[in-house]
Write a protein that binds this ligand. Structure first.
Ligand code: PLP
Length: 469
């Protein structure tokens, strides 16, 4: 299962790897008492999204916008050209996207969901179907708001937290073909392919599968839009696990992956090593023109799209750093280090270990807790109270309600995500985290579950409130 020959524990003769950077600036962390944390989580309605960051010790809520920038990126911030139109930083960003992702046209956006909004409006008509390799929250929301229906066409293994399939992000070609037969290709504006698949546990898609999806879509005249948010991380998994790619660089693999798609949406807050920003990229001029028209309405002029010039510069430089093999080895290696400790100690997690996070399997922490007592939400709250570590629910709360029936969607996976920010924490923080998770696992019989007392209409996991049962 390990991706590299990494071994945990101290062994003589072991040759360790280390981060390919050293620390230049530090940010102190606040340590709280258990009583303080019990008060803080109650005030937050047992929702880790509603905690104050100040009250958090190790923040593993998300890898989104939590990246540590390099000195090269910070230097780029000083070169921000804050012109309303035609900023030089836009052209640098455009060149970086063309060079490393290979698309022709760039439409910048304030973050990933801005790009999702625009592509959904451009391509989806009411009554359309959008197949995808598992949903992502904001992606599906924009598809539904444009009048589309999302259809999950990921392979079954993705829904099984114990399947060791190395590419659990793969599209099930039979499911995709069945949908095309059932509704007709003209009702499918595009296939929404994510790499890696966040909701499946940061699981990658293989190059072969991407190629096969392309061939199938070509036969039916269907576009492919890539969610490229973690595609550079996906490229690393292809390098490690797919035959024929060991000798290729992450940069080369990423470009090949993108070459099988017609465009992408991107949250720069993940792979691109910045704190804010995103983009939409396209190869078709007419689609690009329509998107460029819409971006002016919703995001900002087409040469900034909601970003400051300095943010675009930091992102252009971040893209360049994100595709370096040394960076990616350390990035994925750190996630793997934490995961392997937990596996060694018998804590139930999703395997294989994915790209950006460790996913605790809340169903196996609390096998007797019904799903509408929110086992993953409960586990995230317990972990915070134990040690001040902040994680995120990815289960029934995140899945939301079916827009037609109004019922909870009950996903097979009921997970808590420990997401590792890029270049932020050290291996010692990973040790502390593993020990805290293990302690919560030992006390699993004491957990009671939660009741939802406030439920927002959209993306409820962000703001819902709970009470202990
Ligand atoms: C974060 C994310 C998005 C949305 O991007 P934002 O920048 O948060 O708006 C879309 N898709 C995936 C896979 C993501 O992880």
């Amino acid at each position: 299962m390990p991706n590299t020959t990494l071994t945990t524990g101290k062994q003589r003769g072991r040759r360790s790897w280390a981060e390919p950077w050293k620390v230049k600036v530090v940010e102190p962390l606040k340590v709280t008492t258990r009583e303080q944390r019990e008060r803080a989580i109650a005030e937050a309605g047992y929702n880790t999204f509603l905690l104050r960051s100040e009250d958090v010790y190790i923040d593993l809520l998300t890898d989104s916008g939590t990246n540590a920038m390099s000195d090269y990126q910070w230097a780029g911030m000083m070169l921000g050209d804050e012109a309303y139109a035609g900023s030089r930083n836009f052209y640098n960003l455009e060149a970086a996207v063309q060079k490393y992702y290979g698309y022709k046209y760039l439409v910048p956006s304030h973050q990933g969901r801005g790009a999702e909004h625009i592509i959904s409006r451009v391509l989806i008509k009411p009554g359309d179907y959008i197949p995808g390799n598992m949903y992502f929250t904001t992606t599906r929301m924009h598809q539904e708001m444009a009048g589309g229906t999302f259809v999950d066409v990921i392979i079954d293994e993705a829904h099984d937290s114990q399947s060791l399939h190395p590419f659990k992000g793969n599209v099930d070609l039979q499911k995709l073909e069945d949908l095309i037969k059932r509704v007709g290709a003209e009702k499918i504006p595009y296939v929404s392919v994510a790499a890696t698949v966040n909701m499946a546990g940061g699981q990658p898609i293989s190059m072969q599968n991407m190629r096969d999806v392309r061939a199938l879509c070509n036969r039916h005249g269907v576009h492919i839009i890539l969610d490229a948010t973690r595609a550079a991380e996906n490229a690393w998994f292809i390098k490690i696990h797919e035959e024929g790619y060991a000798g290729k660089s992450v940069a080369n693999i990423l470009r090949e992956l993108c070459s099988y798609t017609d465009g992408c949406t991107m949250s720069g807050k993940k792979d691109a090593l910045v704190n804010i920003g995103g983009w939409l990229a396209l190869n078709d001029y007419d689609l690009y023109e329509e998107a460029r028209n819409l971006v002016v309405v919703f995001e900002g002029l087409h040469t900034y799209g909601g970003m400051a010039g300095r943010d675009m510069e930091a992102m252009a430089r971040g893209i360049e750093e994100s595709v370096q093999d040394d960076h990616m080895r350390a990035r994925i290696g750190q996630v793997e280090y934490l995961g392997e400790l937990l596996v060694e100690w018998g804590v139930p997690i999703v395997v294989p270990i994915g790209g950006h996070a460790i996913f605790l399997d809340a169903r196996r922490f609390y096998p007797d807790m019904p799903q509408d007592h929110f086992p993953a939400q409960t586990l995230a709250a317990e972990l915070y109270v134990d040690s001040g570590i902040r994680a995120m629910e990815r289960g029934v709360v995140s899945a939301g309600r079916d827009p037609k029936t109004g019922q909870h969607r009950y996903p097979k996976l009921e997970l808590v995500r420990l997401t590792i920010p890029r270049r932020v924490y050290t291996q010692a923080h990973m040790d502390v985290t593993a020990e805290a998770v293990e302690a919560v696992y030992q006390r699993r019989a004491e957990a009671r579950g939660l009741k939802m007392i406030y439920e927002p209409k959209y993306l409820r996991f962000f703001q819902a409130r709970f009470e202990p049962l």
